[in-house]
Design a protein around this ligand. Structure first.
Ligand code: CMP
Length: 137
């Protein structure tokens, strides 16, 4: 059993895709064990994406992630991390497989609709960054 962090990003929330994305998680057999909608501050977004702080796209990424509310989800299931990554598709929607969340709802490599943890260590950091133990059922 594994847990992963999912984020419905501001582009997808604004476009009213939250329900369809949540439905896709559930249809894929992932259980939702934590969920909340928040509007991130720049400091919160910078802390979450600190591994990218030297990348040229970092400031734009922080601006994007703070432009509107996001939906944070803790998802649980067998191999939840890789299953969620398969469900999301490639980071760049242009390269994503047909039917994946980023193909369906992403516009470009930055505005790509969803985030998902990429490894057990990042999942542990990311879940702990946004949820405390009382918020996970
Ligand atoms: P995510 O999976 O949330 O992890 C880091 C995010 O940075 C990524 O999705 C994209 O939204 C963004 N990103 C990654 N690479 C680039 C890039 N080359 N240009 C702009 N944004 C990027």
């Amino acid at each position: 059993m594994e847990r992963t962090l999912g984020i419905v990003k501001p582009d997808a929330v604004k476009a009213k895709h939250t329900g369809k994305i949540i439905d896709a998680y559930l249809e894929a057999g992932l259980r939702i064990v934590g969920m909340k909608m928040v509007h991130l501050s720049p400091e919160q977004a910078k802390g979450f994406y600190y591994v990218h702080k030297e990348r040229p796209f970092f400031n734009d990424l922080v601006a994007f992630m703070t432009e509107g509310p996001v939906v944070l989800l803790c998802l649980e299931g067998e191999n939840a991390i890789s299953r969620n990554r398969d469900l999301m598709g490639a980071t760049n929607p242009a390269n994503a497989t047909e039917g994946t969340l980023r193909k369906r709802f992403g516009a470009n490599i930055e505005r790509n609709a969803v985030h998902g943890s990429d490894a057990p260590e990042t999942a542990a950091f990311e879940i702990g960054y946004f949820f405390n133990a009382f918020e996970l059922v």
